[in-house]
Design a protein around this ligand. Structure first.
Ligand code: FAD
Length: 394
């Protein structure tokens, strides 16, 4: 009889893991807090689009989904660095288009993964939040959107419920996992550059011959300004999602000293004068969109024997500056599904082996992501850095 796995969280990592486990003969039920995005529309919390890199693409290839995803993605050949004096230049990621990354919509990707998992036989239960777990009794407690709670049997439960994981909290309550959360002290806010057709034509960069986009679409744009920066990633329909990264407080500029669109507009006029005119809805975006906080999660223990395991952000949330959180979570799914298929029923050994294999990788990516913040907001515009890059040293 097929082994039954209960998964908490039907986000990017949960949906891909569910698809791969079902494809390997496991019976999988996923409980997801939010409503079904394919019916209710996608309720984003953060980052409207994401950079998909080789690490994540490799996992999607294993799942047979890479081509479908790439059809909905925009290729980014390198960093387009915009300096204070209004100049810009592309720093390619590789020598040619075999080394690129891709901008994908979080909502579209999540829905594609849900469809693929359902097609593989996964059962999704939307509007169901994990509230608590009794690991010794093999049961979990869920609440629906009205807050009505119920208990179900779940002898093996995997948490893909993100950085604020409720399963992790329940596991920690049972046995301390050695959790440490390091806040970055910097935060972010998202703004939008609409498709070129909605902007005055003199603002649109037509140098690359792309009528639909206000800026070169095949690049990850960065406006580095020392202690802070803006970035922009393209969306298939011609818009860009701009993310402003600033200290949360204790400095100027920071989100504390730029509490509203009026203060932020003056700051953009001074620091990002070429970005501001491209954001016609600046006041609504700035005042309406939340400030997101950023931190790195370190855990000593990712599992409770063979009863419970954490994957993706629930196990190793990182800051987004290497664009690798989802990519790393996707890599988790390939490793875990293959270990589980190799030793069905032996979850205690499999979960321990999964942590042994994956933790050094996620620790390394966490460190690289922290380093890359300094590089993106500062070094990429430094003449010494650029000279070294031209000499092939970086
Ligand atoms: P999540 O995406 O957080 O999904 C968790 C799911 O669990 C959600 O659907 C949630 O509703 C559900 N859930 C939560 N609590 C419960 C509960 N109690 N019960 C049931 N369900 C629950 N990564 C990249 O690779 N490239 C990028 O370019 C990139 N850019 C980023 C930019 C920003 C600003 C941020 C903040 C992150 C970025 N990341 C990026 C990281 C990426 O967003 C995460 O690594 C990725 O979303 C992790 O996926 P996940 O499925 O583990 O968690």
């Amino acid at each position: 009889m097929a082994q039954h796995i209960t998964l908490i969280g039907g986000g990017l990592v949960g949906a891909l893991l569910a698809q791969q486990l079902a494809g390997r003969g496991f019976k999988v039920d996923v409980f997801e807090k939010r409503p079904d995005p394919r019916i209710a529309g996608f309720v984003g919390g953060r980052s409207i689009n994401l950079a998909l890199a080789e690490r994540g693409l490799h996992a999607l290839r294993q799942a047979g989904l890479a081509n479908d995803v790439l059809q909905r993605a925009v290729m980014m050949r390198g960093r387009m660095v915009h300096t204070r004096d209004g100049r810009s230049g592309l720093q390619r990621y590789g020598v040619d288009d075999s080394e690129v990354i891709w901008s994908v919509s979080r909502g579209a990707l999540n829905m594609l993964l849900l469809d693929a998992a359902e097609a593989a036989g996964v059962r999704f239960h939307f509007g169901q939040s994990l509230v608590d777990a009794d690991f010794d009794g093999g049961r979990i407690r869920l609440a629906d959107e009205a807050g009505v709670a119920r208990g179900i049997d779940a002898p093996v439960v995997i948490g893909a419920d993100g950085a604020g994981s409720a399963l992790r909290a329940a596991m920690n309550h049972h046995t301390p996992l050695g959790e440490r959360v390091e806040a970055l002290g910097h935060a972010y806010k998202e703004l939008e550059i609409p498709p070129a057709g909605t902007l005055p034509s003199e603002l649109v960069d037509r140098s690359g011959g792309h009528d639909q986009f206000a800026l070169e679409p095949h690049a990850l744009h960065i406006w580095p300004r020392g202690g802070y920066m803006c970035i922009a990633l393209p969306n298939t329909e011609g818009s860009f999602t701009v993310t402003l990264f600033l200290p949360a407080q204790g400095a100027h500029p920071s989100f504390a000293t730029l509490p509203d669109a009026r203060a932020a507009r003056a700051f953009f006029e001074h620091d990002f004068p070429d970005v501001l005119p491209l954001i016609p809805d600046f006041a609504n975006d700035y005042d309406g969109h939340p400030v997101g906080t950023l931190s790195t999660l370190y855990l000593q223990q990712w599992h409770l024997g063979g009863k419970a395991l954490l994957v993706g952000d629930a196990a190793h949330a990182i800051v987004p500056f290497h664009g690798q959180g989802m990519n790393c979570g996707f890599e988790d799914t390939v490793v875990l599904a293959s270990l589980m298929a190799g030793a069905p029923g032996d979850t205690a050994d499999v979960f321990a082996e999964f942590q042994r294999i994956r933790q050094p990788n996620s620790d390394a990516i966490a460190a690289m992501a922290l380093e890359n913040y300094v590089e993106m907001r500062d070094s990429v515009a430094d003449p010494h850095y650029l000279a070294k890059r031209e000499l092939g040293a970086l």
